[in-house]
Design a binder for this molecule. Structure first.
Ligand code: TYD
Length: 202
């Protein structure tokens, strides 16, 4: 099973991934934990280039291709071999992030982004995608140390959120849409229940 997590910035995705990992470890279930962009030596180097704030001259097309390149490496080096061994994969962001951020946020268009990624993912689509559904708030940044994407203005993140909703409307059965609760443990239990129902975890 290939499970991905998606959502806008500051929705508590990292916390939820940590709580899911704790649950899986406590219940003796093994999984491969990866994040995008990154999780292979080459993909982490590409991540550095993408997120480096000094790369102001990077075109949106280059950015989209670099995310796809990082993904092409991860799919072949980690995801496909792990799926072939029957392992559970938990991935922090994947293709939907490119569609939402580059397709809608950068306004390159969903079709263009899906086109370049078809080559990168080679048919490897998630079985389940958990979408942490919080509309962007102008105060999410807090005191985070912003990278090149996080520096974008609020309207960028509004387009990203709309992009996610559009993707969910296109493949509703793949998505589990969770509204984060004020209590992170409540949210975590909802995610675990939903993944159990889908047969992704026990
Ligand atoms: P990261 O620090 O991992 O962000 P987060 O904790 O929010 O997941 O940085 C990844 C950034 O890259 C994040 O701002 C989302 C963005 N991104 C894209 O724009 N396109 C993509 O395809 C992916 C995977 C991420």
């Amino acid at each position: 099973m290939f499970v991905t997590f998606e959502g806008s910035e500051g929705v508590g995705k990292s916390t939820q991934l940590r709580l899911l990992k704790e649950y899986l470890e406590k219940t003796g279930q093994s999984a491969v934990y990866i994040r995008e962009p990154g999780s292979t030596d080459i993909s982490e180097q590409i991540r550095g280039v993408i997120l480096d704030k000094s790369n102001r001259a990077m075109t949106y097309q280059t950015e989209a291709l670099l995310y796809a390149a990082s993904r092409a490496q991860l799919v072949r080096e980690v995801i496909k071999p792990a799926l072939a061994r029957g392992e559970l994969i938990i991935c922090d962001r994947y293709l939907d992030s490119s569609v939402a951020y580059q397709g809608y946020g950068r306004e390159l268009g969903a079709d263009f982004v899906k086109g370049i990624n078809a080559y990168a993912i080679d048919g490897c689509m998630p079985d389940v995608t958990v979408f942490l559904d919080l509309p962007p708030k102008s105060n999410w940044r807090g005191d985070r140390h912003a990278d090149r994407i996080e520096e974008q203005p609020d309207d960028f993140f509004e387009r990203v959120y709309k992009g996610y909703l559009a993707e969910i409307a296109l493949s509703p059965s793949r998505f589990v849409r969770i509204k984060p609760d004020f209590d992170k443990n409540v949210t975590s239990r909802r995610i675990i229940e939903a993944l159990k129902e889908r047969g992704a975890i026990k």
